[in-house]
Structures are given as C-alpha cells and as structure tokens.
Write a protein that binds this ligand. Structure first.
Ligand code: ZN
Length: 338
C-alpha cells in the first residue's frame, strides 16, 4: 500500500505529504497515539515514499523493488527496532548509532523506526540523544509511542511530534476489510474497537461473540430494571482486582454505548443500513421498545462521561454506582431538571 491508501488520520497524512512535497523531511519524528499497529503502518509507508524509485518524493509507487523490499522487511535502509526486554538496551542503541553513521546502502536515506519509544530509559537514550542533536541529513528516526508523556523531554524537544487520533468504528471496519476480513465480520469486530487494530485481528472471534451477547443481556436487564442487583454484584466482584476491572469496565461501557447507538439509529430510521450489529436487528428493536429517544441519548452521553472518568482513574466503586444509577428509572428526567 501507499500513503494515499492508509485509512484514518488524514491530518497526519497531510503533514507527511507536505514534508515529501516540499522535500523538507524532519530528521526525527514522534508518532504518538493509542494504536501501535496503525502508527507502524504510517511509518513504514512514509519510509516507502522516501525510498521509492518512482514516487518522485510524493508517495510510494508500491511496485518498485525498493517498495517491495520494504514490504517484506528486507530493505537494508529501513530498520524497525523494538525494545529487547523491558527497555531498549544500551548495546542496541550503540549498534543503531553505528549504523546511522554509515552511508545508506541503497537510497539517499536510512529510516529507523523505534517501536514503543517510551521504553528508552536514561541509559539507552543518552547516547541516542547525541545522534538526535547532530543529525545527518541521510537519517530519519521515527519514534512510535502509545504514551508520549513517558518519552524523555530531552528527546521530545528534538523531534517533530505528530499526534494520531484513534480510528473510528467505521475506519476500523475499513482497515479490517483491507486486511482481508470479510465485511460482515469486520463490521461486528469494529464493535470491539478499543484502540488497537492489531489486537482486533488477533482476537478470538468466538470469545468476542460471547462478550457481545453478554453485553446485550446486561443492557436488557438494565433497561427492564430486572435483576439489576446481579449486574451490580458481578461488577463489585470484579472490582477487587483493580487493573483487570478497569479494562473490563472500559470495554463494557464502550460496547454498551455501541448498542445504545444502534438502538438510537433504529428509533430514527428503522430501515437504516448503518447498524453495527446489523445481524441483531430484532433484538435491538426489542430493546428500543423498552426506552425512548431522550433516555437513550442521555445514556449515550452518560457512557461518554464514564469513559472519560475511567481514564481519570476515579474510584472503581464510584464508577459502578454511577453506571447503575444512570439506568435507574427517571434518571434522564432527573438529570434534565438539574
Ligand atoms: Zn516504489
């Protein structure tokens, strides 16, 4: 593929196109965002555009021997590095720096892509910093990270930082289809869009389907106000182990808001072709009959606030109560009257 074919993050793409068009490529870049696979795709395709024999510095042709070699991971001037253990080792960085001092073997530039750059610690970063300070025009360093805050400020200040947005459900669906996942399945998998497309592709589909059915059942109990205590007790039980609970709860709130969105879509247009859970239309219609459009809208907003609060790491039990109370009868009306 080429830069033009990449899905999502059009602003980042435009910036990279600008570098290529104006032949002003920064010697060090940080790609920061929540989806490492997606950022790696951007980095590799940018490297391809730089090395392509035919693209004329605008985009990769995707067919020349340089482009093909990069696709196969066999191009000597494009290296992808990952931490060896918990951090990058100093020896790894010394080797990188030694390579960076040599002339490129095939083209005009060498591109070094460092995955999980937040795992450069003081020791491994120190020698690397010198390389960033005195850049050679023939080198481009692309540091990928899911946590910009953990990258040493001395490194950040020497790099152009490009921030990536998470892919929307629709973009995830397109990305999965591009990777050969069948469209119906891709649509459902996008339901589990939690920020990392690589996890989605590797995920166990049976397990995901089980989770989706569990969410349908939880939402139904909440909307019918029947056996809500069971939902509450289950959540309290899970909240004992904080780390796994937060991941579970975030996923749960995410999935339930996708169901609510589908319900809202059906309320507005029962014939709409834009349902994510298009295979479960009947079930969604049943749930839609239990509520109304104002309540559903209120619940979607509530779930958005909850997701924000989960990120802020508020107390697990407060979050659970907040969640259950959102579905209490009259919650929407009470909130509207505030
Ligand atoms: Zn090419």
């Amino acid at each position: 593929m080429s830069l033009a074919e990449l899905i999502g993050n059009t602003r980042v793409k435009a910036t990279l196109n600008g570098y290529l068009r104006n032949e002003r490529v920064p010697s060090s870049l940080i790609f920061a965002g929540s989806d490492p696979y997606h950022q790696l795709l951007f980095a590799l395709n940018f490297a391809k555009a730089l090395a392509c024999l035919k693209g004329g510095m605008v985009d990769a042709c995707d067919r020349c021997r340089h482009c093909l070699a990069i696709d196969r991971g066999l191009f000597p001037d494009v290296q992808v590095l990952a931490p060896d253990g918990q951090f990058y080792r100093k020896a790894q960085m010394d080797e990188l720096i030694a390579t960076a001092c040599q002339r490129p073997m095939k083209g005009e530039r060498r591109v070094f892509i460092l995955k999980e750059a937040q795992r450069l610690n003081e020791a491994s970063a120190n020698s690397f910093l010198k390389t960033l300070e005195e850049p050679l025009a023939s080198n481009v360093f692309i540091l990928l990270t899911s946590n910009l805050a953990l990258i040493l400020p001395t490194i950040q200040s020497r790099c152009q930082i490009l921030k990536f947005m998470p892919l929307s459900n629709l973009e995830v669906k397109q990305e999965l289809q591009r990777r050969g996942v069948d469209p119906g399945k891709a649509r459902l998998m996008a339901f589990f869009n939690v920020g990392n497309t690589e996890d989605l592709v590797a995920a166990d589909w049976g397990e995901m389907e089980e989770k989706r059915q569990a969410m349908f059942s939880i939402l139904e109990r909440l909307l019918r106000q029947s056996a809500v205590e069971d939902v509450l007790l289950d959540l309290y039980d899970r909240s004992r182990v904080r780390e796994t609970f937060i991941a579970y709860f975030r996923e749960m709130v995410n999935l339930i808001s996708v169901l609510l969105r589908d319900i809202m879509v059906l309320m507005v247009d029962a014939e709409s072709g834009t349902l994510i859970n298009s295979d479960s239309k009947e079930k969604l219609m049943e749930l839609a009959a239990l509520t109304d459009i104002d309540t559903t809208f209120f619940l979607i907003r509530k779930m958005e606030f909850l997701l924000r609060d989960i990120r802020r790491n508020l107390n697990a039990r407060v979050l659970i109560l907040e969640f259950i109370n959102s579905y209490a009868p009259g919650a929407a009306a009470a909130s509207a009257g505030e």
